[in-house]
Structures are given as structure tokens and as C-alpha cells.
Ligand binder design. Sequence first.
Ligand code: DC
Length: 217
Amino acid sequence: MPQKVIAIDGPSASGKGTLAQRVADALGWRYLDSGALYRITALYARNRRTAWDNEAAVAALAQALPVEFVEGSVLLDGEDVSAAIRSEEIGMGASRVAALPAVRTALLQRQHAFLTEQGLVADGRDMGSVVFPDAVLKVFLTASPQVRAERRAKQIGVPLAGAGFERILADIEARDEADRNRTVAPLQKLPEAHLLDTSALTIEESVKKVLDWYREK
Ligand code: DC
């Protein structure tokens, strides 16, 4: 039986979050931002002075994350960390802790718990391959590194030329490389996933495409 899940996987800054949230709203389904769980784990480890490569200790923290998702905000130990988890530093930490198998296992159950009868749109790197392999629809989202760097720069108010922009582009390329080449749950396009290149699409066009694929099922 296919699961009532739309799995949207893709590289950093490909627009997965916005797309997944809009598709979830259109269908009245829940939304899981799985990357946020890795980011929260990295932040929690840093707060507890635990090294990001200490697999057993970080996995224990991931297992017991005191996290709540309340009306679009992320609370860690009751504190709103929605902005703190979006920093580049925590993004890098997330990429490091996400490479540890015990951490991925510790977060698996938490991700499964998001699925209810209501249906779920889940975004990440391994939604279709590991977490929800029986998802009714799998989408692999991409956009060129240049386009993704421009979107990220606009989001944080950095000019589209110059050293600041070059750094964003280099970070995106480094993160892609790390997420694609790690041994556990690497970012990959599955044969059954629909490829959606958003380089030349508006967000509305991308949402429509995903909803059309779902309705064709
Ligand atoms: O999507 P994001 O940028 O918030 O993800 C942060 C990091 O977490 C990213 O480097 C890869 C990792 N991640 C992962 O390994 N598996 C997921 N399902 C989601 C994110």
C-alpha cells in the first residue's frame, strides 16, 4: 500500500521548504521539514558543548530532543530557535551530524510520527529513499547552483555579485558535495522520482506541477 506521503528531496536551497509547505497547504496535509531536525540536533549539541562528530553522544541528544513545532515556530527546551537554526554555521553542523548513522537512526521514529491519516508532505534528502520509501509520490527537486545561490543571497540581503555572493555559491557547492558523497542516505535521484528543475519556474508553477503529478496517480 502506498503511504499518503509526498516525498520531496533535493539539495540545499533548491526551494524544497517553500514548495513542500505550499503543496501541504493545498492538500490540507501536514508538513515535515526533516532538515530542521538535523539543524536542531546540531544546535542542541553545540549548546550542550558536545562535538558534532561524537556519534554516540550526538545520537543520544537526537533521541531525546526537547523540541516542539508550534504554529510555524521551532521551540527547543521551550526557547524559540526558528532563526538560530537557519544560520550557515548550524547548517554546516547539520550536515556533519547528518553524516552519522546513529543520529539518522535516532531521528527516524520522530519523522515517522509526523505521518497521520491527514497525509504528509515531507522534504529532505532521504524522504523517498529511507524514511518514506512507500510514498505515493516522490519528487527530486533541483536548480542550478547559481540559481540556488541567488535565491539564498536575496533571502539574506547579500548583493548578487562580489565576495559575499561567491562565498554563498561556494558553501552551496560544498554542501552538495558532502550530501551526495556521504555513505549513509546520500542525496540521490531515485529512478521512480519525478525530476523537477525549478531554475526557470515560479513557485506557483512548481506547486502546480507537483499537484498535477499527484492527481495523475
Ligand atoms: O535542508 P536543510 O538545508 O535544512 O538540511 C540541513 C542539513 O541536514 C543538510 O546538510 C543535509 C541534512 N539533511 C539530511 O541529511 N537528511 C534530511 N532528510 C534532511 C537534511
